[in-house]
Design a protein. Structure first.
Length: 181
């Protein structure tokens, strides 16, 4: 059931912007009718996540240090797709860049919002199957390690909060459900 928008925006001002995000300060009237403020992070790319699954039921993860978190993170291959670019094209590029893998079969299985209380980021998840290995092509901001593991083990890592990235958690659990793991 859809509800009506009970928020009213009085003013909106961009307070910071770079090539990836825009941060807006908004003066609002909230659903209770009171004046307030709201900070909104607007993303300039779509979030794309790929669960590469081989014929033996293994997935491929990438590990990297995540600067904003100040910790190491194991994740499915993922990246940002420009707003005008087809999400499948982005998924194919990101999988090859980060892992060197190329897939024969692609299935888009989810659209998610990564943190909808403060951002407008929209994410898309793909299952990549029929994998072939080629040379990895990481960007200069990526210092990646690749790990191949059974899908069931990745599910266990999610359940122990060893994998915390939103796209990865959603992607791994959804593929496990789709594949009966």
């Amino acid at each position: 059931m859809e509800a009506e928008n009970n928020w009213k925006t009085l003013t909106s001002k961009t307070v910071y912007e770079n090539p990836w995000i825009e941060i807006q300060h908004r003066e609002v009237i909230n659903p209770a009718g009171n004046e307030g403020i709201y900070g909104v992070v607007k993303f300039k790319n779509k979030a794309i996540g790929i669960v590469p699954l081989d014929a033996d039921g293994n997935i491929y993860m990438v590990g990297q240090y995540r600067y904003p978190l100040h910790e190491y993170s194991w994740e499915i291959p993922e990246g940002g797709g420009p707003m005008g670019e087809d999400t499948l094209d982005t998924a194919k590029r990101e999988l090859k860049e980060e892992t060197g893998l190329v897939a024969e079969t692609w299935t888009r299985f989810a659209r998610i919002h990564t943190s909808n209380s403060a951002t407008d980021e929209e994410g898309f998840l793909f299952l990549a199957e029929g994998l072939s290995q080629y040379e990895q092509e990481p960007e200069d901001t990526e210092d990646l390690r690749i790990r191949k593991l059974p899908l069931a083990e990745a599910v266990d890592m999610v359940m122990r909060s060893e994998i915390t990235d939103a796209l990865s958690v959603a992607g791994i659990l959804m593929v496990a459900r789709l594949k009966g793991v």
